[in-house]
Write a protein that binds this ligand. Structure first.
Ligand SMILES: C[S@@+](CC[C@H](N)C(=O)[O-])C[C@H]1O[C@@H](n2cnc3c(N)ncnc32)[C@H](O)[C@@H]1O
Length: 347
């Protein structure tokens, strides 16, 4: 307030939400750094540690650590008793490396691929152009397949999601009625692996670009599932899509413009056997376009791709009906996504 302002006429609106929003990315960055530095792994065994001990365990400098660690307490990632820290239940469940519920790969993927790109949102809004990181700095989003190590990290980050997605999908559908499924754009086959583990009678195929085959072979071989999950290499717009009782499209439609989505769903309809089912999931936008998280996700797709965006649930259902499917039931999935399930009439 300047000295000339009258406190009686100063605005009564609390600026707190504005300030918090202004610095919201600092909180995200604290989480990203904690994962990258291995803070949660360093506390995984349950032995609390003070700041000096954590500096040793994580190879960090002491100067900033107390503020960093207490910020993590405030953000719900650590707990502090006197001067010693331990993981919160949330961090212990999802951020301890090598645990089956680990989501740190997704956090790191976010740090690596989103952070710099979002720093260019203003330019993107001015030009309408997607923004990619400088390829010389190794962060070019659209080019990651050229670097196998980067591609592997990307897919491992996606697996953090597909483990949980697979477990959910395993419960959501009456898989006993079906004998085969195809994961379209199934990457290195992780979702397919989770589903065949949950329903051993299922025969699974992962369809993805031929260049993904080596990553699939390595991952599925490592899981010991090579005889239960097959790989079909091809372009889903140009090559035949193998027939299956159930076709899954996870994080696929959001990569393309509406015309391509409709075209792809038409091809999927041909691939689904009569009496079969299609499952589509993405971070779909609520029909009122009011959920900021879904809209941020959509904006992200526009930032990293020329044609991608999230889309409304109603649009997805309309495209599925247009392709020939019936129903089109929408359900929330994992609190972050929407699952739309539609059917192809029995012959
Ligand atoms: C965003 S990832 C989604 C992976 C996985 N479905 C998931 O949800 O974790 C998109 C996948 O689609 C594959 N893909 C993209 N365009 C494709 C095309 N034209 N034909 C076949 N696969 C494609 C990519 O290689 C990638 O594995």
């Amino acid at each position: 307030m300047t000295t000339t302002e009258d406190p009686q006429t100063a605005p009564a609106v609390d600026p707190g939400p504005l300030i918090r929003l202004t610095i919201a990315d600092c909180a995200a960055k604290v989480l990203h750094s904690a994962v990258t530095l291995g803070v949660f792994g360093a506390l995984a065994d349950g032995r609390p540690a003070d700041s000096a001990e954590l500096a040793r365990r994580t190879g960090t400098h002491h100067r900033m650590l107390p503020d960093f660690l207490d910020a993590l307490v405030g953000l719900g990632m650590l707990e502090r008793t006197e001067d010693r820290y331990r993981n919160s239940l949330l961090a212990q469940t999802y951020l301890v490396p090598d645990s089956s519920s680990y989501l740190g790969g997704f956090v790191e993927l976010t740090n690596e691929t989103l952070y710099g790109t979002w720093g260019r949102l203003t330019e993107a809004l001015r030009s309408g152009e997607p923004q990619h990181l400088d390829p010389d700095k190794g962060g070019f989003v659209g080019d990651r397949h050229k670097d196998p190590a980067k591609m592997k990290r990307f897919l491992a980050g996606l697996d953090a999601y597909s483990d949980r997605m697979g477990a959910e999908l395993a419960r959501r559908l009456d898989w006993g009625r079906h004998s085969s499924f195809l994961d379209l754009g199934g990457a290195r086959g992780n979702l397919a692996a989770v589903l065949v583990e949950a329903h051993p009678h299922l025969k699974a195929t992962c369809f993805d670009l031929e260049r993904t085959r080596p990553l699939f072979t390595e991952h599925i071989g490592g899981l010991g599932l090579a005889d239960r999950v097959a790989f079909a290499g091809g372009d889903f717009f140009d090559d035949p899509i193998p027939p299956a009782d159930v076709v899954v499209l996870g994080h696929i439609l959001h990569g393309f413009h509406t015309g391509r989505r409709r075209e792809l769903l038409g091809r999927v309809f041909e691939a689904v056997r009569p009496g079969g089912t299609v499952l589509v999931y993405d971070r779909m936008i609520d029909d009122d376009r009011s959920d900021p998280e879904r809209l941020l996700s959509s904006l992200h797709m526009r930032l990293v791709s020329p044609d991608g965006s999230e889309y409304r649930v109603a649009d997805c259902r309309a495209w599925l009906r247009e392709a020939g499917f019936t129903d089109g039931t929408a359900q929330p999935l994992l609190g972050t996504h929407t699952l739309v399930t539609a059917h192809k009439e029995a012959a």
